[in-house]
Ligand binder design. Structure first.
Ligand code: IFM
Length: 727
């Protein structure tokens, strides 16, 4: 990043097209628009990815999020030759994303024979009107020249598995076009509008308009464009809504869009004094979280790759609850509530899944789309040796997801004080999850305890293990939460108890007797039964054993019989249930597990960073914080799982960066109605300032090496390094 608020690159390399599509992403929670050039098409991975809209790709049984046709498509030709950056080496090129305002710009000087043509474009996906996109496009030349502008709605967009739409109507009238489509299987309607202002003598072919313009030397020709994308409830008044936006005009739309972003930053900005690079990377992470947050709906979760495309089928994973929700519950409780309501709304899907696998209660999807049914396949990875799908057990054994959701839901209630959510379906969700775990668990009479056998923990390289420490501890926490939530509802919302079973003794017994692996005499928690007996090999050694690029280490691959783990597992547990484990235990486990961890998932480094900050390994904490915060800036994360493409943005890491800054470096914790702040900043950080919303109070917090200053906490009880804070 060149400045704290700007991502910018001067120069052009075709190799960057894929990375930049994600890095320069615009989004507003309803749609994501990749950071591609206006003249790009499917080949350069143009995508307008829609949140919460899923269907099959034509001719396949692959269900993924739907990409809409591109209403901002625009290209310039000179003498019949299109000025396409992916094919013509530019004289100059600059791409910019202003993360404060969510505005994307490009400036490209194309050589066109004797003439240099400059294209400047500015665009945004409105943060104030979720269906609207707008573009301002200018062309100039250093000599008089005739150009042809081609603009319109382009259907030739990137789709991983094929088109999801059948087009039912396409109309172009003058400077306006309208496309109506329906999704392939469910026949869900979609409308895309497009309107141009400032272009004359237009000739229409299909949804594309062309116009010839005689450019005068060094005089800029400018026009604007508006796009409208509608599905679901928005369709009802889409004609009028789009027209209103067009009539409002580009500059007004831009102003209200910037004002909407300002309001978001007002609550969510974090200022790091003394380290511009870290500050910029953290802001960039926050930008992504806010770009994809479902602000106006509780019908969809956040996809694991945000709105950058269809990777992982556009589905939501545990990433949302464990990595992103903390940011939202402290900065924008409405978004946090929407995300949790989405889980409540999809409880029926989780119940169907439990039943399908022979259990009761709610087994939430590993990959959740709009109904909560699991989009995850049983074969998630393609073997690079045989090109055949490999059986993975993410869907059927990664049961911790149900506990993660319970954990996040309770944390939301505690942080915001919104316990009404329990009456609003929250308690029922918790109850069904605990019922699922109870039926999944095995009771061992000779040990008088319940065990969780045959599971997959966060570390996906070791499948079908017994008593994974993270899973057991999270399920135990979920069972304890059920009892707390039940008491709360009994007292405050007794009417919502009626849909729970009469006799709940089993739940108390389960909470009491569920086995949670304890630290051994060295203080180390065994990741799962028998982990310590595995071959003592680190990822570096495993790498030397690889026979092929992108070889998958899980399933029966290289890592499975060794101690090498894909991502934080025990350390994830320690980063989450932090008050259950002391510093010495954290240190012993960090030292033990760190060398074995590949960080093959972008979810891993932040867990190590948070625990490192807590145990005083500040340099490590900083290193892993920057790895997390820069993941989408550098684009150096894994792009393939076997031969499966997994590129795009990484919202879990974006959330993990915020979690590290706030919970790790600022040492924020909220428990027993008390906020504690115990800062341990990296040496070069003079201070860090941020805001937290806590039970209706908006706290302004500044931490430095000496402690913390807090404004706005009239009711909140606060301690700093465990000592009462004098307000
Ligand atoms: O949820 C993660 C998982 O933990 C590791 N693989 C990628 C998933 C989506 O981010």
């Amino acid at each position: 990043m060149t400045q704290e608020w700007t991502v910018e690159k001067t120069g052009f390399d075709t190799a960057d097209i894929e990375l930049h599509g994600s890095k320069y992403l615009l989004g507003n929670g309803f749609m994501g628009y990749r950071g591609t050039m206006e003249e790009y098409t499917a080949e350069q991975l143009v995508a307008l990815n829609l949140a919460g809209f899923f269907d099959l790709a034509r001719g396949s049984n692959w269900r993924e999020s739907v990409n809409a046709p591109n209403p901002l498509y625009t290209a310039v030709s000179v003498n019949g030759k299109e000025l396409n950056l992916s094919r013509i080496a530019p004289v100059f090129h600059k791409q910019t994303l202003d993360i404060k305002t969510g505005i994307h710009k490009r400036e490209t000087v194309f050589p066109a024979g004797e003439v240099n043509i400059t294209v400047k474009a500015e665009r945004f996906v409105s943060k104030a009107r979720e269906n609207i996109l707008a573009l301002k496009y200018s062309v100039s030349a250093d000599k008089n020249v005739d150009i042809v502008i081609k603009t319109g709605t382009d259907k030739n967009i990137w789709n991983i598995s094929g088109n999801h739409l059948n087009y039912t109507d396409e109309t172009a009238r003058g400077d306006f076009s309208e496309l109506t489509a329906e999704s392939v299987q469910l026949k869900k309607p979609l409308k895309v509008y497009e309107k141009i202002c400032g272009l004359e003598n237009i000739v229409n072919v299909g949804l594309l308009h062309t116009a010839s313009v005689a450019l005068k030397a060094n005089e800029e020709f400018t026009f604007t464009k508006f796009g409208g994308v509608y599905h679901g409830d928005g369709l009802e008044n889409s004609d009028a809504d789009f027209l209103r936006a067009v009539n409002f005009g580009y500059d007004n739309l831009k102003d209200e869009h910037i004002a909407a972003w300002d309001a978001i930053w007002e609550n969510s900005d974090v200022v790091i004094e003394g380290d511009e690079e870290a500050c910029a990377a953290l802001r960039y992470s926050i930008y992504h979280l806010c770009s994809i947050a479902p602000r106006n709906t509780d019908k969809c979760g956040i996809p694991a790759r945000g709105l950058s495309g269809q990777v992982y089928k556009g589905a939501a994973f545990w990433d949302t609850e464990m990595f992103m929700l903390p940011f939202f519950r402290f900065t924008d409780a409405d978004v946090a509530r929407n995300l949790l309501k989405y889980r409540i709304n999809t409880l029926a899907g989780a119940e169907r899944k439990a039943k399908e696998f022979g259990f009761e209660g709610a087994f939430f999807a590993w990959e959740s789309q709009e109904t909560g049914d699991d989009a995850c396949t049983l074969f998630n990875v393609t073997d690079v040796f045989t090109n055949r799908p490999l059986r993975t057990y993410f869907k059927d054994k990664q049961i911790h997801v149900s506990a993660d959701i319970v954990f996040a839901l309770w944390d939301y209630c505690i942080t915001t004080g919104d316990f009404v959510l329990l009456a609003d379906g929250g308690l029922k969700l918790i109850y069904e999850c605990i019922r699922f775990f109870y039926t999944y668990a095995s009771f061992k009479p000779h040990k008088d305890r319940y065990e969780l056998l045959d599971v997959v923990g966060p570390d996906e390289y070791h499948e079908r293990v017994n008593n994974n420490a993270f899973t057991n501890a999270m399920v135990k926490r979920a069972a304890d939460i059920f009892i707390l939530a039940l008491e709360k509802v009994k007292t405050d919302y007794p009417e919502s108890l009626e849909n729970l079973g009469e006799n709940l003794d089993w739940a108390y017994d389960f909470a009491k007797k569920l086995y949670v692996p304890a630290p051994d005499e060295r203080g180390i928690i065994e990741q799962f039964d028998g982990y310590f007996n595995l071959e003592d090999v680190t990822p570096e050694t495993l790498k030397t054993r690889e026979l092929k690029e992108n070889e998958y280490w899980g399933c029966h691959g290289l890592a499975s019989q060794t101690r090498t783990l894909k991502q934080a597992d025990v350390i994830m547990l320690l980063s989450v249930l932090k008050s259950d484990y002391g510093r010495e235990i954290k240190k012993a486990n960090w030292d033990f597990y760190e060398p074995y961890t590949e960080h093959g998932s972008s979810l891993s480094a932040c867990a190590y960073a948070i625990v490192a900050a807590e145990i005083g390994y500040t340099d490590w904490a900083y290193k892993y914080f920057m790895k997390t915060a820069c993941v989408d800036l550098k684009g150096d994360s894994k792009q393939y799982l076997g031969s499966l493409y997994i590129g795009g943005t990484h919202p879990a890491a974006n959330g993990g960066a915020w979690n590290t800054a706030i919970f790790g470096f600022a040492g924020v914790s909220f428990a027993n109605d008390r906020l504690d702040i115990s800062p341990r900043l990296p040496e070069n950080w003079k201070s860090m300032s941020f805001k937290l919303n806590l039970r209706g109070e908006r706290l302004e917090i500044r931490v430095d090496a000496k402690g913390a200053e807090i404004k706005g906490a009239a009711k909140t009880k606060i301690t700093v390094y465990g000592k009462e804070y004098k307000k």
